[in-house]
Design a binder for this molecule. Structure first.
Ligand SMILES: Cc1ncc(COP(=O)(O)O)c(C=O)c1O
Length: 385
């Protein structure tokens, strides 16, 4: 068998295998509380569902342009202007099947032997997997508990070399839920201005799930880095549309066509039906989304308070997304052993911190995309580990 050597560099997302394992145990009759999965537990709002059904009935079920329908790209451009007071042409917006292809495309475009790509650790596991697949050197930027899991700007600066082709940033962060305040984002941008040869991929997929009425700017607001900025966004988390496979991204002029060619070569175009649903999500009423974010905040408060009441757990306060990333080192176990005991003995699915990078050994990720009742049950069950 003569397969490409690089294929062995691809890794996977442990959260999916944990989900499969948890489902298998449930099918065998075990009572499993799943706090492992990273998707909202709410239904896609009704008006969005109706728009998809209408699209099918009206005959909008064929191929679309590879970069997405113009109405949708225009709607996103308007939304960016309203939300961030930033001008973005629909010609720089790309619609893809979920946000994930943006990681795939940007690492392939900026990767390859001789290049270095910096990524957050702990971070979404696909970053490292794809950097390694591309042939580039994967350079972890450790986000530490002492820094509230925020980017340490000096540390980041020390990692940038003349080989750094891309820096990946994720805010709010998966798996820690960390939030970066505006002043710090400004400092980050000022530092990045010193390195005009590096591009930036800002993964902002959780941008609308932010707590305590705080506001976190998009990197799109900073003109000085706009010509080398890719922003990954999408519908999956904000509109509870993970299975619809729909994401949007903004690309600089000189890279856009590369990414668009990747779309043609990879998937032709995103689902037409999902795009019409996505258009309704952007243009239609947002009260459902507001309710969902409030509910996530209520759960965040519950999880944060109750985890910190446990003797073996210390948990940092998440500022966004729907994850808590407690330190479990007082239990005397590593995150992997803790998660194994949680699943096999206590019936609670969690994701070990090491699934998100080398630095996650003392941690587990708890997703609070589950009902209050299940969160209460799950936390009670792990209290004895
Ligand atoms: C940080 C981060 N980026 C990107 C994605 C991909 O999102 P999508 O489901 O839209 O492909 C996820 C999904 O979990 C994520 O957590």
């Amino acid at each position: 068998m003569k397969v490409s050597k690089r294929i062995f560099n691809l890794e996977t997302e442990t959260a999916f295998s944990i989900l499969a394992n948890a489902n298998k145990l449930s099918k065998e009759g075990r009572d499993i509380v799943n706090l492992g999965i990273g998707q909202p537990d709410f239904k896609t709002p009704q008006n969005i569902q109706e728009a998809a059904i209408k699209a099918i009935r009206d005959g909008y079920h064929g191929y679309t342009p590879s970069n997405g329908i113009i109405e949708l790209r225009e709607a996103i451009s308007e939304m960016i202007f309203m939300d961030y007071d930033a001008k973005t042409s629909p010609e720089n917006i790309l619609i893809t099947p979920g946000g994930k292809p943006v990681i795939f495309f940007s690492t392939l475009i900026f990767g390859g032997e001789g290049n270095e790509i910096i990524y957050p650790d702990p971070g979404f596991p696909i970053y490292k997997s794809m950097i390694n697949y591309s042939g580039a050197k994967a350079v972890p930027l450790v986000l530490s508990e002492q820094d509230d899991f925020q980017i340490n700007i000096d540390k980041l600066e020390s990692l940038i070399t003349d080989k750094t082709s891309l820096i990946i940033i994720n805010k709010p962060n998966n798996p820690t839920g960390s939030f970066i305040p505006k002043e710090k984002i400004q400092k980050l941008v000022t530092m990045l201005e010193k390195f005009p040869h590096t591009y930036i991929l800002s993964d902002e997929i959780y941008s609308k799930i932010i707590f305590e009425n705080k506001r976190m700017p998009s990197l799109l607001e900073y003109e000085s880095i706009k010509e080398r900025l890719i922003v990954l966004e999408g519908w999956s988390k904000t509109f509870c549309m993970t299975g619809w496979r729909l994401g949007w991204s903004v690309w600089p002029n000189n890279i856009y066509e590369f990414a668009n060619k990747m779309c043609v070569n990879d998937h032709s175009c995103p689902s037409s039906i999902s795009q019409y649903a996505g258009l309704e999500a952007i243009k239609g009423p947002k009260d459902e989304v507001d309710k969902i974010v409030k509910e996530f905040e209520r759960r965040k408060n519950f999880v944060f308070k109750n985890l910190n009441n446990l003797k073996n757990i210390k948990c940092f306060k998440p500022g966004g997304a729907f994850y808590a990333f407690p330190n479990i080192s007082k239990s005397g176990l590593g995150g992997k052993e803790f998660s194994d005991i949680a699943l096999n003995e206590k019936g609670v699915a969690l994701v070990p911190g090491t699934s998100f990078g080398y630095s996650g050994n003392d941690f587990v990720r708890i997703s609070y995309a589950n009902s209050m009742e299940n969160l209460e049950k799950g936390i009670y069950r792990i209290s004895t580990i």
